[in-house]
Design a protein around this ligand. Structure first.
Ligand code: MRU
Length: 358
């Protein structure tokens, strides 16, 4: 009998997936290798999950949150044979450990808090029952993220005219979430509706998430994408090629100030100058109502080598001083609207964002 043909591969494989029951494992696309190589890593211990988050093998605020939720399930596997008290002690130390991986994306802390609440609810159960309940919670966080991506896509697509140019920064696509993204969901959804879009992707120095990941995703899904260096955005706007900017977010304060990948703030200023609407697409899990303004958002600083050896070879003198904040904060007054799974939210933000808290 002739061998059956290989199954068709999905256009964009899953960013992450859990395999098995409570003693299962988390498989992630290693995003540091893209677009050259599409390879997965299997996480069977919590240190591997922590390292994957820290070194951006898995990245993007929602994907970090989902990975951390599964990470705690992995972290308690060795405590399944002990008492419930021992398992819960292990759970808390693992959750605290994962919380040290990256500071800015609030989805990490949001997901870990959800897992902590679940652990509290089931504290009286057997170790295996507790672990099962935690796995169910992690799966729910993943499933909700998928649904949020779809809803954000539909809400945002309505804001884009047909036949327009759009600009995005960094990668807020399927690779940054459990499904097809936040900012990129808006483009995918508009494309599915038959709208013609020309997407411009900033390359996003120093780690090139735009060049490596955003273009890869958009090309795989058949969208028209053009890569530009970060420094070209002003010129491209002045040439009239951009009708809207859509970016993702890592943490949004109660007043609407938004942390996202370094360089986002510059793009927002440029958009304002050229009269182009600047939208932030994010699920409610990215809003941090515990802080009033962007001044309180902790900004991650990363290794100098990301700047001096960013292209895989040395591009600056040895020993040069480097400043490398991974995120910046865009003030709320530069943001035309937030695109969330609960619809589009316009200013005044302190008042209008409140509906996401309920
Ligand atoms: O450092 P990264 O690659 O994790 O930064 C990612 C971003 O800044 C994204 O825009 C943000 O997390 C939103 S992802 C839907």
């Amino acid at each position: 009998m002739p061998a059956s043909p290989p199954l068709p591969q999905p256009l964009v494989p899953l960013t992450l997936r859990w395999e098995g029951d409570v003693d299962g494992s988390l498989t992630l696309i290693d995003q540091t290798l893209l677009p050259i190589e599409l390879r997965e890593i299997e996480c069977r211990d919590v240190e591997t999950v922590w390292e994957a988050i820290k070194s951006l093998r898995v990245r993007g605020a929602p994907a970090i949150g989902v990975s951390a939720a599964y990470g705690v399930v992995i972290g308690i596997q060795q405590a399944l044979q002990g008492t419930s008290k021992e398992l819960l002690a292990k759970f808390h130390s693992v959750a605290d450990y994962l919380a040290t991986s990256r500071p800015t994306a609030v989805n990490l802390f949001w997901a870990l808090d959800r897992m902590r609440r679940k652990a509290r609810d089931v504290a009286g159960d057997t170790p295996r029952q507790i672990a099962s309940a935690l796995l169910v919670e992690a799966r729910a966080i993943e499933a909700e993220d998928r649904a949020m991506c779809r809803a954000i896509g539909v809400a945002g697509a309505a804001l884009l005219p047909n036949d327009c140019g759009v600009l995005t920064h960094c990668n807020a696509g399927g690779l940054a979430t459990a499904d097809y993204g936040t900012a990129l969901a808006v483009f995918f959804s508009a494309h599915e509706q038959g709208k013609t879009l020309r997407v411009f992707a900033d390359e996003t120095r120093p780690l090139l998430q735009g060049a490596r990941l955003t273009t890869w995703e958009l090309m795989r899904r058949g969208l028209d994408v053009t890569l530009i260096c970060d420094s070209m955005a002003a010129q491209v706007m002045r040439e009239g090629r951009i009708q809207a900017v859509v970016v993702g977010a890592d943490r949004i304060a109660g007043n609407g100030d938004t942390a996202n990948k370094i360089g986002t703030y510059s793009v927002a200023i440029l958009a304002k100058h050229h009269g182009i609407p600047f939208y932030v697409a994010a699920p409610s899990s990215t809003f941090d109502f515990g802080i009033e303004s962007g001044r309180e958002i902790p900004i991650e600083h990363r290794a100098p080598e990301e700047v001096t050896r960013g292209m895989g070879k040395q591009t600056a003198p040895t020993g040069v001083a480097v400043y490398n904040p991974a995120f910046d904060v865009t003030p709320a007054d530069l943001i035309a609207a937030f695109i969330t799974e609960r619809g589009v939210i316009s200013p005044p933000y302190v008042e209008n964002l409140r509906r996401l808290r309920d």
